[in-house]
Design a protein around this ligand. Structure first.
Ligand code: SF4
Length: 82
């Protein structure tokens, strides 16, 4: 199943969990907030199959619900709300 990932920086609490679980997908900016490296957090590129399980685990582990997954691409430039 196709999964697209994006996260909401406005709710991220910079806990570091997602980068530990899925370091191929999540990295942190200079303030410690997460960002998806797949497509600059646009959420329009399918998660590669080899890291899909890790992304699902990070999604479930995120304590603030900031990681968003979709079965179809997110609309470009659409802000993520929580
Ligand atoms: S797990 Fe969630 S709250 Fe923690 S750094 Fe990642 S996106 Fe932010």
């Amino acid at each position: 199943m196709r999964r697209d990932v994006r996260y909401g920086k406005d709710t991220c609490i910079a806990c570091g969990t997602c980068g530990v679980i899925a370091p191929e997908v999540f990295e942190y900016d200079e303030s410690g907030f997460s960002q998806s490296v797949l497509d600059n957090n646009e959420g329009t590129q399918a998660v590669p199959e080899e890291v899909a399980e890790d992304v699902e685990e990070a999604y479930e582990a995120c304590p603030s619900g900031s990681i968003k997954l979709n079965d179809t691409p997110f609309k470009p430039k659409t802000p993520v709300s929580n």
